[in-house]
Structures are given as structure tokens and as C-alpha cells.
Design a protein around this ligand. Structure first.
Ligand SMILES: Cc1ncc(COP(=O)(O)O)c(C=O)c1O
Length: 356
């Protein structure tokens, strides 16, 4: 094993079919019934998937408005994060990540032997802009990864602040990887129209969240011609499988279904917010953060105990038990799932009231 890999731990995922899954920020229902599976009969599973990848990129281009020559499809945006790290990073290069943020940025940078500098968000989870600007100037990072809206905080950073980061990075030859996995829940990306004006900006999108296709593993990288040309040199040629590409293409060619689906999800996000607001009012010191995503973060002392309690009632949520972030993260579910969550949270708060 390479020295750089010491200390890495597996990203554990446990299949749990009988649980209510509110831990992964996935969509709570599948759109497969809107797909004509008859079309898959024609699938050339004996051929490498060149045509289906091209059709997928074309469909995503039409859906998103990005020129098709500026899109690379990936086996989930996870794969695109890996490819970005492989393309840009030499051992010893400096990479900035925020804390907290999506963990795969750091992992991929470490795998490449880069030196990762974690910069903590402010207490309210806003960007520590002054600190970031100063650190960019002195440490000259090759890459800064950030998710906007942020996973796990749900916070959406202002456009002007991101612009400042892009400019500061440009001065030192660094690139911003702006991961917009949850952007559909927040509205329009201010960077969709101007990504190509920036020489050092890469956007990441995924079909795994608002589009409800996490199992298909479809992600998209958007950048200017030069970056696309470079990254294309190292991208595996057949990274998106043909069945996923075909199902994804059909759904992307049906924007009404996706728009409707987004509305259903936004309703559920609002319902979840109401449930969680009611809950935190009863728990001393608990704080629910505003969210521009399909999940909410609650800072609270008993984060792990709450997650364990819900787990026993077959509801899985995510908890963070580090000192800096004692919190739970809960994704939106169906009405039935929310009703069960509400009941379990009431039970917990009654027990809690008796203890204090
Ligand atoms: C911010 C962020 N980026 C990327 C991903 C990975 O997405 P994909 O399913 O496209 O690999 C996730 C998944 O949770 C995420 O939260």
C-alpha cells in the first residue's frame, strides 16, 4: 500500500431494505414507472457503450442548457471528483476543503498524495471569506473543492463570495470545483450562465438527488474547452454503463416529469422543516439550520443517542459525533415516512422532557 493511503477508512454502506432511509439525501421515490423499459430490449449489451453515453450527454445538454462539448458524463459525480483529482494533483500539491463538507473531496486528494488543508466554516456555517482569501494567497492551493449548497449544512453561499474565491484562486493558478449536487432545490445556479467566462472553474452536477437516479450513478462535469480537453485525456472511455445512460436519457428527455418530481420533493422538504421545527422547540440547545437542499441539519448534544433511538424504530438518519459538529442530518421522505418520524421524535422529546 502507498504511504499516502495510510489512515484511510472504508466508506461504509450497509444495505438496509427494511429501514426508512433518511440518511443519504436521496430522493424518496423512483421515477422508473415513467421509463419505457421496452426500449431497453434494444440495448446492445454486447457492445461498449459509446452511443448511449453520447445520447446521455446530448439529453443533459438539452435539459440543462450547457453546450454538449462542455459536458463530461461520469459514473456518478463521485467518479468525476476522482478524475479531477487525478488530472490536477501531483504529490505534495495543496488542496483546500471546507469543514464540514462532502468527504470524498478530501479522500480523493489524499489518494493522490496531496496535502489537504481543512478550513472550518464559521459557526453559522457561512464561508470564512477573509481567512480563505488569506490562506489562498499564502498556501497557493491547486484545487478548492466546495459543495454549494453545502452537504451537510444545507447552506447556500452568496454568488459574490464564490466569485471572490474564483478570482483569488486564479491569481495563484488554482481551480475551484463547485459541486452543485443540490442546486435544483436551491433554484438557478448563478454560475450556470458564466461558467465558461472563468478559466479556473469546474461545475459538478448529479442525477442522484433531485432527479432521483442515485442507483444509476450519473454525474456531469461542466467546464471550459481547455479543461474538458485535458480531463478527456484521462477519463476512462466507457465509464457510464449503457443501461444507466438509456434510462437517464429517457428521463432527461421528459423534463415535465422531472419538474413535477422536484415540486413533490420541495413539498416534502417543507413538511420535514415543519416537523423538525416543532421538534427542536422542545429540545434545549438544539438548533435547526435553514436549508436549500432536500435535508436539514440539527445541531444538538445528543445527536448519536437520537440517531440510535430512531434506528431502533427503523428510521435511519445521519449523525455527526465529532466535537466540532454534534449534529444529525435528516433527508426528506414520503408523507408516511414523515408521519413515522414525527411520532418517533415526539416519543424522544417526551422522554427528554422527563430527564431534564
Ligand atoms: C455534495 C455531494 N457531491 C457529490 C455527491 C455524490 O453524488 P453521486 O451520486 O453523483 O456520486 C454527493 C452525495 O451525497 C454529495 O452530497
Amino acid at each position: 500500500m502507498r504511504k499516502a493511503l495510510q489512515g484511510l477508512v472504508p466508506y461504509k454502506v450497509k444495505p438496509e431494505f427494511d429501514m426508512i432511509r433518511l440518511d443519504n439525501n436521496e430522493a424518496f421515490m423512483s421515477l422508473l414507472s415513467s421509463v419505457d423499459l421496452g426500449n431497453l430490449q434494444e440495448t446492445l449489451i454486447h457492445r461498449y457503450p459509446a452511443e448511449s453515453s453520447e445520447a446521455l450527454v446530448n439529453a443533459y445538454g438539452r435539459f440543462s442548457g450547457f453546450p454538449i462539448d462542455n459536458i463530461i458524463a461520469g459514473n456518478g459525480s463521485d467518479e468525476l471528483i476522482t478524475i479531477i483529482a487525478q488530472y490536477f494533483l501531483d504529490p505534495g500539491d495543496v488542496v483546500f476543503v471546507l469543514e464540514p463538507d462532502f468527504s470524498m473531496y478530501e479522500k480523493n486528494a489524499v489518494v493522490m498524495g496531496a496535502e489537504v488543508n481543512r478550513i472550518s466554516l464559521n459557526d453559522d456555517f457561512s464561508l470564512p471569506l477573509e481567512k480563505l482569501m488569506a490562506e489562498i494567497e499564502t498556501r497557493k492551493p491547486k484545487l478548492l473543492f466546495l459543495s454549494n449548497p453545502n452537504n451537510p449544512t444545507g447552506q447556500f453561499y452568496p454568488e459574490a463570495e464564490i466569485e471572490e474565491l474564483i478570482s483569488a484562486l486564479r491569481q495563484v493558478g488554482g481551480v475551484l470545483i463547485l459541486d452543485e449536487a443540490y442546486i435544483d432545490f436551491a433554484g438557478e445556479s448563478p454560475f450556470a450562465k458564466k461558467v465558461f467566462q472563468h478559466e479556473n472553474l469546474i461545475l459538478l452536477r448529479t442525477a442522484s438527488k433531485a432527479m432521483g437516479m442515485a442507483a444509476l450513478r450519473l454525474g456531469f462535469l461542466i467546464a471550459n474547452d481547455q479543461i474538458i480537453e485535458g480531463i478527456s485525456c484521462i477519463k476512462p472511455p466507457y465509464n457510464v454503463n449503457t443501461v444507466s445512460a438509456q434510462i437517464g436519457t429517457q428521463l432527461l428527455e421528459n423534463p415535465n416529469v422531472l419538474d413535477q418530481f422536484l415540486l413533490v420533493q420541495l413539498n416534502q422538504v417543507a413538511e420535514l422543516e415543519e416537523i423538525l421545527n416543532e421538534f427542536v422547540r422542545k429540545i434545549v440547545g438544539a438548533k435547526l439550520f435553514p436549508s436549500h437542499t432536500n435535508f436539514f441539519l440539527i445541531k444538538m448534544n445528543d445527536a448519536k443517542a437520537l440517531a440510535d433511538f430512531l434506528y431502533e424504530r427503523k428510521i435511519k438518519i445521519r449523525f455527526f459525533n465529532e466535537d466540532v459538529l454534534k449534529a444529525v442530518r435528516i433527508s426528506a421522505g414520503t408523507k408516511e415516512e414523515h408521519a413515522k418520524l414525527r411520532t418517533a421524535l415526539n416519543e424522544w422529546s417526551e422522554m427528554y422532557a422527563k430527564r431534564i
